[in-house]
Design a protein around this ligand. Structure first.
Ligand code: AN7
Length: 352
């Protein structure tokens, strides 16, 4: 069977209006990569898989929900879409909108969007507006604009984003044969955690695939769901999840509670350490994407979670290439040498 994207594969399970007209880049169908060595490094005794969402067409998990939101908007004749973004939503909206022949406007927090995301949004032809404000300010603005003008909102307040995003849960259950015991992911605006919980519940009702316990992970400086109140000036090196007022916060808390899981926060240092560890195991992700596993490691080391004999799936939401600057800042710069054999030999094998 030829793979034709999320709507084609799982459309019958997604609650989308009849007018929906598929706009796809063949998103989804991302690999569930076994990580046996990393599991050993974390103490062993459990099965660990990374759902590598950075391999979607625009380099992040957002494409699953975006194909649904843009397909719905296109089907009712929308001519333009708008979103607020910490970067990945912007690139995804821009790609699917141009695919559908629609205009796309994205509003982003100035200076806080990783280079690969901004470049993507521009390359796909979006109108990019930076504001002197946070993601949360940008989201308020796009909600107002979309209420006043005929321009479709494609943030995860749009219910069709969640519908498309559920496909990630279906894929995991299809590949493993059932839901994992634990399911970890980063939490920013909280659309993803909400969607996965919807997806796992729907599949369980349909196919008795079971339900995972969910561990949602925020960055310490941007952890409204852990603190129990909004954060006015969120900060974190993981700019993707630099969000102080998550639009789907209530639902995220419900997902954690109903699944007998929790939402925790980890430090920027722990996030960057896990980014390096994942890369050392062959999976290079952007900082926010390492937060889920950093959270699991935190709870393991604190003795708050027992994974013996368990199956764990961690979602790595975005590709490492999205944020090249963080590597330049955190990791060793390449050596510069003259183009002379003797120098090269000394550097390579330590001999002259
Ligand atoms: C790599 O692009 O909010 O909890 O505007 O880019 O569903 O918001 C991105 C979020 C995790 C958090 N990992 O997901 C945006 C945006 C990465 C992300 C999240 C984001 P949600």
């Amino acid at each position: 069977m030829i793979y034709q994207g999320v709507l084609n594969r799982y459309g019958s399970l997604l609650d989308l209006p009849a007018h929906t007209t598929p706009v796809t880049l063949l998103e989804g169908n991302t690999p569930l990569i076994p990580m046996p060595r990393l599991a050993e490094e974390l103490g062993g005794g459990f099965e660990l898989y990374v759902k590598y969402e950075g391999l979607n067409p625009t380099g992040s998990f957002k494409d699953r929900g975006m194909t649904a939101a843009i397909s719905e908007a296109a089907g009712r004749g929308a001519k333009a879409v708008i979103c607020a973004s910490t970067g990945n939503t912007a690139a995804s909206a821009a790609a699917y909108a141009t695919r559908a022949g629609m205009r796309c406007v994205v509003i982003i927090p100035r200076g806080k969007v990783a280079a690969g995301k901004l470049a993507g949004a521009i390359a796909y032809g979006a109108r990019v507006i930076q504001i002197d404000g946070s993601f949360d300010d940008a989201l308020n603005l796009v909600v107002e604009v979309s209420n006043k003008h005929p321009i479709a909102l494609v943030n995860s307040l749009n219910p069709y984003r969640l519908e498309g995003q559920k496909s990630g849960a279906f894929e995991i259950c299809d590949v493993l044969g059932s839901a994992p015991d634990w399911f970890c992911l980063p939490v920013g605006n909280a659309g993803n955690i909400t969607s996965y919980w919807m997806g796992f519940r729907q599949y369980n009702a349909l196919k008795q695939s079971g339900l995972p316990q969910i561990l949602g992970v925020q960055a310490e400086g941007s952890a409204p769901l852990v603190l129990g109140h909004p954060v006015d000036h969120p900060e974190t090196v993981a700019t993707a999840i630099r969000i102080g007022r998550p639009a789907r916060g209530e639902q995220a808390l419900e997902a954690a509670e109903q699944s007998n899981g929790r939402i925790i926060a980890v430090s920027d240092e722990a996030i960057l350490a896990m980014q390096k560890r994942l890369a050392a195991n062959g999976v290079w992700v952007e900082p926010a994407s390492a937060a889920g596993l950093a959270g699991m490691r935190h709870d393991l080391e604190a003795g708050k979670i027992d994974l013996k004999g368990k199956r764990v799936v961690v979602v790595c939401t975005g590709h490492g290439m999205k944020d090249p600057d963080i590597v330049a800042k955190q990791m060793e710069a390449p050596t510069v040498l003259p183009a002379r054999l003797a120098d090269i030999e000394e550097a390579v094998v330590g001999a002259k």
